[in-house]
Design a protein around this ligand. Sequence first.
Ligand SMILES: Cc1cc2nc3c(=O)[nH]c(=O)nc-3n(C[C@H](O)[C@H](O)[C@H](O)COP(=O)(O)OP(=O)(O)OC[C@H]3O[C@@H](n4cnc5c(N)ncnc54)[C@H](O)[C@@H]3O)c2cc1C
Length: 461
Amino acid sequence: MNLVWFRTDLRVRDNMALEAALEKGGVVGLYIATPKQWQSHDDAPIKLDFWRRNLEVLELSLKTLNIPLIYCQVPDYSAVPDVIRNALSTWQIESLHLNAEYPLNEARRDARVISLAESQDVNVSVHHDQVLLEPGSVLNKSGAPFKVFTPFAKKCREMIYVPDSINTPAKSASPQVKPATISDMVEPSDIDWPDPNTNWSDLWPAGEKAANERLQEFCSNPITDYKQDRDFPANDGTSTLSPWLNTGLISIRDCWQQATSMHSGEGVETWKNELLWREFYRHIIHHTPHVSMNKAYRRELDKIPWRHDKEEFGQWCKGNTGIPIIDAAMHQLLETGWMHNRLRMITAMFLTKHLLIDWRWGEKWFMTHLIDGDFSSNNGGWQWSASTGTDASPYFRIFNPVTQSKRFDEAGNFIRRYVPELEDLDNKSIHDPGLFKPESYPAPLVDLKFGRERALAAFKK
Ligand SMILES: Cc1cc2nc3c(=O)[nH]c(=O)nc-3n(C[C@H](O)[C@H](O)[C@H](O)COP(=O)(O)OP(=O)(O)OC[C@H]3O[C@@H](n4cnc5c(N)ncnc54)[C@H](O)[C@@H]3O)c2cc1C
């Protein structure tokens, strides 16, 4: 028998580990729930619920291939090797297949499992299914990793090969197998998932089909205007594919291939560049494990005297800052589990610059609320905004949230959607209500000029 250990790759189409296992013969699928680890990684309830719902769909899809999906539950990664040891011996596994995950804890967990499997003479195959190019393979002329995005992306484009057609395994692709019970095995309903919220499944439907439909819909038209539309949160001009991509409901190759085959032009190329940002941050955490340990990418910037003001941080979290675009964005996060990219940049920069609050606090808050919470992209985005990361925005380039609001939400439609108490303000004062502020709306938490100068002084020092 051959084992596929599913993690953030909950699909059958174009799943490298699954494809390789099917070539070997009978396949059994395994999912190991680790609730304590989820807690220590700040995984959001909305994200965990999305995993739960997607596992239900995966189980049905695997059934059509004759593959049973076995669930086990242990507290955290330290107990995972025991589960695998047990599975390998009880099911007489000949080969173990997994798709690599790159954050440090996951990489260490996998290294332990791989050496254990190899010590039991089980063939292990690790696939770089989450990325277009294997981390470590994209290097500059001196053989070193790229520290800046643009040359990294250029090099990737020279190297990327994506086949013209993407495969879905045929029905009954695996001979029937019947795995015996192992310890730590549970029914899916016994897993300690968070209590679901009924809105979540309407907002974010589960399954590969939903992911594919969204990709096709986006590629059918909106992608052509992506370059112009992507920065305007009221326009819904982006794909919103991130939750499905990060859970592995759709492959990165599928995204690249479908976008390329349906259109050409600036919209498509700009979108593919965003896929490469995702790629870049995965390569970064592979090359610089210290970013997975709460450290700044640029170590010298760990000296910045970040403020740890719980009161101000709390107002930012709740969307109570008195700066309408920030509050609207934070409400979007709380209500939907997702936030538009332009707003992630504006809110993160406001927290780390105007309030000078530690980027790690913001990183954690996003992670505990995002359905697409992904260590590498979240860490990369926060370090970019705080100017501590690779390719970081220079510390003196501080977005003024009111100027950003006027530029990217000119008519105030996004603000009106998420801060209804401001809906009657005109298109000018909605960005900065001043004297027109309704009583129920807070005054600005910080004077933007003061905040900017405080941040500049801290960075200069
Ligand atoms: C502070 C901050 C935190 C972030 N946290 C996350 C996170 O936890 N998870 C996450 O997936 N993205 C994160 N991002 C990146 C980006 O905001 C989201 O990927 C994007 O908003 C998802 O929306 P979309 O699917 O409509 O993207 P689209 O614009 O349609 O882009 C397509 C895909 O490209 C990738 N992508 C786009 N922009 C970026 C980017 N700047 N960095 C990395 N990948 C990108 C995503 O996978 C996205 O789904 C963060 C950005 C910032 C500034």
